[in-house]
Design a protein around this ligand. Sequence first.
Ligand SMILES: [Fe+2]
Length: 425
Amino acid sequence: MLKDRYGNTVSTTSRAALAHYDEALGLIHLYRGDPVAALDAALAEDPDFGSAWAARAGLLVQQTDNAYREEVERSLRAGAEAILTERDQAHLAAAADWHDGRTMDGTRRLHVVARENPRDVLAVQFAHTGCFFLGMQTELRDGPLQALRAFDRGHDGYGVLLGMAAFGLEECGDFFRAETFGREAVAIDPRDGWVVHAVAHVNEMRGDLEAGIPWLADNANHWAPESGFAYHNWWHLALLYLDAGNTDEVLKLYDQRVRPNPASSVVLEGIDASALLWRLHLEGIDVGSRFQPLAAAWERCAEDAFYAFNDLHALMAFLGAGRGDLAERTLKAMRRAISVEGYNAYISREVGIPLAEGFLAYASGRYAEAAAKILAVRGIAQRFGGSHAQRDILTLTALHAALRGGLTATADALCEERLDRKSVG
Ligand SMILES: [Fe+2]
């Protein structure tokens, strides 16, 4: 058997298949191009290449989108019939766990693989993504830091691990080291959108518009082309312009970069679009008819209820578009999801449903109820995933509810907290 670009044994003897697989790994790490096509090219060379099937299943299942369900299942079935190393078996089992709603189990399994095989950058990355969805902030940081023991400066994969570590450090509040790691990684490969993103988070957390806007705007020619992740970095830039009060630029970014195709039903894109329009909506800024096509794109997911974080973002679009019927359908589906086995039942009950009720209350003008519901669970909301920057929408909605509902003490408290945290810029 051959070894991949990091030295891990893989389940093929075809050098042509391996070349495509190695290409796919690079694309996955940089969130660029079409890694599924590269994996398919590897599998065309060697249909029994279990490592490629496992990577394909893992990549697709982490899109948190029911649209990929059949392709995930096809990859899992084909992988089970293919030649598998012990590591491949664990990757495949982790993807199956995720597919069946056992997100925590799958992520734990990937952590074991990564600890025992620190040069398995794919395991480190998939575990990292799992931690992101599960709000496991310390492991978001520690997984890549552990793996760095097997890499020296100049090694293939070193910068990718630095970038992951940078994001984990940022989510744990270690902004100085996050920025140091991030800047070193960007110097290694400025095309790495995840690394650029890690430093963008540092700037967002600090409220540092002066550093944050040029960081994204001036370097976009490196990170944006061919990036499957670009819409999210553009979203970060839009947040900074919103803080700067430049709503023309925010709407321009929405139309041209965050949501260039208003009919796109890619869930991860829809999350950022919902979050951006909702923030504008909170500020009382006229967003025209932008919520309507977004709500139409989310409609297919209205009753998915397999990841509460997605459900809440669908609900924002429905409420913004005045589609209370769809919002109610989503909330009912979330309530039904409590009885389904898996991690989503827990986060729906503890976090997702109280927040959905709070956002519905806000849209109905029941501001005191909205603020109370959101603030009651805000402190544990990391359990339904996302970043601090993404979950800031909870605080912002509670703050606007407090302002509109005349809850002066609550509004003052939340403003004070905000001013303290965003002390730079
Ligand atoms: Fe982000």
